[in-house]
Design a protein around this ligand. Structure first.
Ligand code: ZN
Ligand code: CU
Length: 477
């Protein structure tokens, strides 16, 4: 038992904060109130002047392998994240066994594709005792690689069935839903029938469908409509991943995309996730080296020593064009400075937007969102610019996300809920990671509890009490 005393309690629902106490016992919140009367023998921690909120939920992570290979999960825990959603963008570690995963699967640790079923991955994560909880999506691209021998065409009926069976098994083993990323080959070749067949399987089990849109540039509206139609027809909630309007020609179009999303929201359950930065980050692509977008290398297998350098400088040094430099650097990844402030502001403050880092934990010189996304939402968009209240910022990082992913006892502070908690100083909680120094823990984070265990205390990592939250466990049974 532990009594947290005198904190500003921001409960994750969006409701106004209030000063009070929280009692935890057995990994759960036992009581919550303005002044709890508790036996003097119960240990207590004075939280005066600090904010107590639900642990943050990273709606969009690529931590499938990191949970196993780096279970301390420092980039996330040090931001106050207590649960990560894995398997996004069609990219999941399971169910796939391959020694040589192609792009974009190689965003994940390449030698870790050794889990033939979702249950194998789940068990491996639990055995590693990660510091944070995980919720797993199953990636359409992983299913394609598993079930198709020829990838540059839509799946046949037999292949759809094979993928559907694997997904069905994963859902029965506790997966949270399906993800796709038709922006990337080889998923680009999928037709609506293929995606619908899989979305139907996820729907049957109460799952969600998270989509990296086929296009986030000129055809972004068509891409939103395609994803929404699929989810609507299959009958499951849609999550539009890392929503953005990318590329100079698209700047300002979030007015249109959000209007469309709102209209669709009257027809079906949907939401979106977003990260609080102007740069995106993904694998190296020649088509993104358009000469207008500043590009900074995050990793390169051919030239690991160049990670962190600007592509324009590399191209100049080599006396070649940027696309030619990209070709020489492959395989690799980069940050693409392709968004406008007004769009990011508009998307991030939208009531349907929850926060996902989209952090890439295996990059040598990663995008700062890996370490900084959550504190930055409050520091930059809340405290500094006044675009979000503290309660709104917390809601986007906790309660809203828990609702969307069907985590009934996470993301909120109330009696009986799991004791995933974060304690921070609202005056100085903020990101320290930036593009030049991307691996830096947050400032102003006091403590984090995961499943009732003290996981981080003033920068010191303690218990690793996370686990995979399967659908059964999520329902609390
Ligand atoms: Zn993506
Ligand atoms: Cu992603």
């Amino acid at each position: 038992m532990l009594l947290l005393h005198g904190a500003l309690i921001v409960d994750g629902s969006g409701a106004e904060g209030w000063i009070g106490d929280l009692l935890m016992a057995g990994g759960r919140i036992a009581a919550l109130g303005p002044a709890l009367q508790v036996d003097a023998a119960v240990p207590r921690r004075d939280c005066t002047g600090l904010v107590l909120a639900p642990g943050f939920i990273d709606a969009h992570s690529h931590d499938d392998a990191a949970l196993i290979t780096t279970p301390a999960m420092t980039p996330k825990l040090s931001q106050g994240v207590t649960t990560v959603v894995t398997g996004n963008c069609g990219i999941s570690l399971a169910p796939l066994v391959t020694p040589d995963p192609p792009a974009p699967l190689n965003l994940l640790a390449r030698e870790q594709f050794r889990h033939a079923g979702f249950a194998d991955w789940r068990d491996a994560v639990n055995a590693a005792r990660p510091a944070v909880n995980a919720v797993g999506l199953v990636g359409h691209t992983a299913l394609r690689l598993r079930c198709m021998d020829e990838l540059n065409r839509p799946a046949s009926a037999a292949e759809r069935d094979a993928m559907g069976e694997l997904l069905d098994e994963a859902m029965r083993q506790g997966a949270a839903g399906l993800s796709s990323g038709t922006f990337y080959a080889p998923a680009t070749a999928a037709d609506p029938a293929e995606l619908l067949a899989l979305a139907r399987v996820a729907a049957r089990h109460g799952g969600v469908y998270a989509v990296h849109l086929r296009n986030e540039m000129a055809q972004v509206l068509d891409a939103i409509a395609e994803a929404a139609d699929c989810a609507h027809e299959a009958g499951l909630p849609l999550v539009i991943s890392h929503h953005k309007c990318a590329g100079r020609a698209q700047w300002g179009r979030s007015l249109q995309t959000l209007a469309l999303i709102e209209r669709l929201g009257q027809r079906q359950a949907l939401g979106l996730d977003v990260y609080p930065y102007l740069a995106g980050s993904t694998v190296l692509r020649e088509d993104l080296a358009d000469g207008l977008t500043p590009i900074r290398l995050t990793w390169s297998e051919a030239h690991p020593e160049l990670a962190g350098r600007w592509l324009a400088d590399i191209a100049r040094d080599w006396g070649v064009s940027e696309p030619a430099a990209v070709a020489r650097l492959q395989p690799g990844g980069a940050c693409y400075f392709q968004m406008h402030d007004d769009d990011v502001d508009r998307i991030l403050t939208h009531p349907l937007a929850m926060i996902g880092s989209d952090g890439l934990p295996h990059d040598r010189f990663p995008h700062p969102r890996l370490w900084g996304a959550f504190p930055r939402v409050w520091a930059h968009y809340g405290r500094e610019r006044g675009l979000l209240t503290l309660e709104q910022a917390v809601h986007k990082m906790t309660g809203l996300t828990a609702q969307r992913f069907g985590l009934p006892d996470r993301g909120v502070l109330r009696e009986g809920a799991a004791a995933d908690l974060v304690l921070f100083d609202a005056l100085c909680f903020g990101d320290r990671a930036d593009y030049g120094e991307p691996c830096a823990p947050a400032a102003g984070l006091t403590a984090v509890w995961v499943n009732g265990e003290l996981a981080l205390d003033n920068g010191r990592a303690l218990a690793r009490a996370g686990r995979v939250l399967t659908r059964q466990a999520r329902a609390g049974s």
